[in-house]
Design a protein around this ligand. Sequence first.
Ligand SMILES: Cc1ncc(COP(=O)(O)O)c(C=O)c1O
Length: 408
Amino acid sequence: MRPLAAHHVRPPQLLDLRGEFPGVPADWAYLDAAATSQKPRAVIEAITRAYAQDYATVHRGVYARSAKMTEAYEAARERVARFIGGAPEECVFVRGATEAINLVAQSWGDANIGGGDRILLSTLEHHSNIVPWRLLADRTGAEIDVAPLTAEGGIDEAALVALIGPRTKLVAVAHVSNVLGAVADIARIARAAHAAGAKLLVDGCQAAPRLKVDVAALEADFYAFSAHKLYGPTGIGVLWAKADILDAMPPWQGGGAMIDEVRFERVTYAKPPQRFEAGTPHIVGAIGLHAAIRWVEEVGIEAIDLHERALLGLARAELSRMNDVRLFGPEDSAGILSFAVGDIHPHDIATILDEGGVAIRAGHHCAQPLMRWLGVPATARASFSAHSSEADVAKLVQGIERTTRIFA
Ligand SMILES: Cc1ncc(COP(=O)(O)O)c(C=O)c1O
């Protein structure tokens, strides 16, 4: 394979973790971690052990195996809490970020937002941080405001702050854009929201796998993320919310495990987080998430971020030398790079790259308003991960060169 530019020196920040990912063969460049991450062996083994050796239900069983599983499930919650700087009782296990945001919209939103109130989003949000608020606005008569982006493609924080008014009840923004990798200054947005008496929800789906998250330092009220983008299993994620807010929120789904007492005439509810976890939870999912966080902390989240940024910098440098390639997003983005190649459709780029063993995502990335802002129907997106390598970048570059030759 053609090496990267002749003067290229291997960045010292690069990790070498490919061997820990049995699902990523050495000759495959998996550059779609922003959609879902591949799993390290430690996570796969923890999940296998949980099913093959330790499995039982949680919270209800009086036998030893169940008590042990309950301990493991709650230990996962404690590890999640430590990972993001919250308290265990502030961490609700949900199916993923989408469910976390819907939970807030339906429980907190229905109780706190009414006709004429305003919800402030940004142009670059993922549909899962738009649609639940549109549904809430349609139910309640609230209005949605949209903060613009800077020319580089980050949230224009000054413009966002200026849009916060006396009727703004909630600001909901992505910590890291899933299309452009732009990182928002959450603490700044939080201070402005709080000064106006509004709450702040942060969609941390793309931040949790690559940035140190400290919900207290960020001054967020709600923080949502999915395990499957954080080297963990699908089907589980976390809604973190400040204790006093969560405590005041009504349940949103009813069933077993979330009650205090049930009579036909009247039901009283458990305290958070159980109040929001109706039914048998994703027990092994929580154990897999615990293993994923342990793995990430052993590697070091800062090390992963530096590694991804080093590869992103290489990719940007290589691609910006190509006449036909247009790069989207700020230069200091975290781990995610969207691009266009001439007027070749991103699906064609992704198909040709796939033939060369490079997996990227092509499409609107569940961010149609952002595509409109960019003036394109879709983009090609390469997203990096702890196992990504310089060879992956070289294959990406080679695949794009091949694409331009084919379409020339
Ligand atoms: C920024 C962002 N928010 C929310 C989501 C939704 O996550 P999930 O599908 O895991 O619920 C995604 C997934 O692509 C995302 O990238």
